[in-house]
Design a protein around this ligand. Structure first.
Ligand code: SF4
Ligand code: SF4
Length: 405
């Protein structure tokens, strides 16, 4: 099917009038509609015009008109989000507008050659609309008719791209830029992301679980990929030894920013009150520090992460559905991720966790929901992990509660 087969309408213009959408462009923020219109005018793709017409109609009637279905490529069962129009008789140009999810490289490191190749292939087969990146972390190619999907995928795949996850599968992973550019990174996010996703790639392409399962990789507790909220299994870098304090730099910082700022913006904002003034410098009580990163972020020259680095595994983060939004809970407080053997051990643990979840979860139940339903105790037994005091959610919350571990 050509996506460019009807250059102009009866008014001699390419785009049809869309007064409601035009109104949306008047606000202070950049509008995606302006981009859609520019792209449609430049490429003369009729499917984009159809989508604009359908959106205008949706706003007018206050109804959405997209429905799902199943579109796939040979050997895969996931990676394409299907959009068929319910009003194809009214607006045939928008009858199909499927999205291909592509896996981004770890840390989102692209080179311009790959991006140019991607755009050329995508403009040839699809709408040309690219979203970087969707909430799942994927690079989204939005708007392709079903009959172009296989050829488009084959060409992309020959250039090194692969489809991401969708449905009840392991989903596309996301990692922060990590050691490539960030001093705070406590492990190689790029390598661990690559190895984990390579290992589970079959499960990304073929949905076989009760529901979705997401991994995200953050190099430190700043969690720039939002892994604690947005992934079932969050790999968050941390360190076991003390924060390194360079008191000469603390003094320079105070000269520049003032003692008030040291007291009010650093010391008083430490969540565990682990920092005290000492002479012209500071002292950090290591056993009280929870590695929240606040002081390091503020005084990045004077304070830095320790040397005994690794990562924590938190599980159960997710958005809405059965029991509402959840943050990940601490399951493995510290594990090294430096050698190939460390990473293999991590992958073995992940396999046990996924197997346990697959055996125990109800339909449409995320990992955290299953743990909550059957209890942390049963989960730990099932995946052969020892209980740890760091797993306690709210210490000293109830003095009558005795853990049964
Ligand atoms: Fe740097 Fe930490 Fe953010 Fe990763 S999560 S980019 S290591 S600050
Ligand atoms: Fe306090 Fe956080 Fe700094 Fe630790 S990292 S000393 S908890 S502000």
């Amino acid at each position: 099917m050509s996506t460019k087969d009807n250059p102009s309408n009866s008014n001699g213009k390419f785009l049809n009038p869309t007064p409601i959408l035009d109104d949306l462009e008047k606000g202070p923020w950049p509008s995606f509609l302006t981009g859609f219109k520019k792209l449609a005018e430049r490429t003369k793709k009729t499917m984009i015009r159809g989508v604009l017409d359908q959106l205008e109609y949706s706003y007018k009637t206050k109804m959405g008109y997209w429905k799902g279905g199943l579109v796939s490529v040979v050997g895969y069962g996931a990676g394409i989000i299907t959009r068929y129009s319910l009003i194809q008789d009214k607006i045939p140009e928008a009858k199909e507008f499927h999205t291909m999810r592509l896996q981004p490289p770890p840390g989102l490191h692209y080179n311009t050659k790959m991006l140019r190749e991607l755009c050329d292939i995508w403009e040839k087969h699809g709408s040309g609309i690219v979203c970087m990146h969707g909430q799942t972390g994927d690079l989204m190619l939005q708007g392709v008719p079903e009959q172009n999907v296989q050829e488009c995928f084959d060409e992309l795949n020959r250039k090194g791209w692969d489809l991401g996850g969708a449905g009840a599968s392991v989903r596309t992973g996301a990692s922060c830029v990590g050691p490539a550019r960030c001093d705070d990174s406590c492990y190689d996010t790029l390598k661990v992301h690559y190895e984990v996703l390579k290992h589970f790639t079959g499960l990304v392409h073929r949905p076989e679980f009760p529901y979705k399962l997401k991994f995200k990789f953050a190099g430190c507790p700043n969690d720039c990929v939002n892994s604690i909220m947005r992934s079932d299994i969050a790999f968050i870098g941390t360190f076991r030894d003390a924060i390194k304090v360079d008191n000469a730099e603390v003094k320079n910082w105070v000269q520049k920013n003032g003692m008030d700022s040291l007291v009010n913006n650093v010391i008083n904002r430490c969540p565990t009150k682990a920092i005290t003034l000492k002479g012209e410098g500071i002292e950090i009580e290591d056993k009280d520090c929870v590695r929240c990163m606040h002081c390091i972020n503020v005084m990045s020259k004077a304070l830095s992460i320790g040397s005994d680095k690794g990562l924590s595994l938190l599980m159960g983060g997710k958005s809405h559905l059965k029991v509402g939004s959840m943050l990940g809970s601490m399951i493995v407080p510290f594990v090294k991720a430096e050698t190939d053997e460390d990473i293999e051990n991590l992958i073995e643990l992940l396999e046990r966790i996924i197997e346990w979840w697959d055996d125990n979860a109800f339909d449409h139940e995320r990992l955290g929901e299953t743990i909550e339903r059957v209890s942390l105790k049963e989960f730990l037994k099932g995946v052969e992990l020892e209980p740890d005091i760091n797993m306690v959610n709210t210490p000293r919350d109830n003095p009558y509660f005795k853990a049964e571990f």
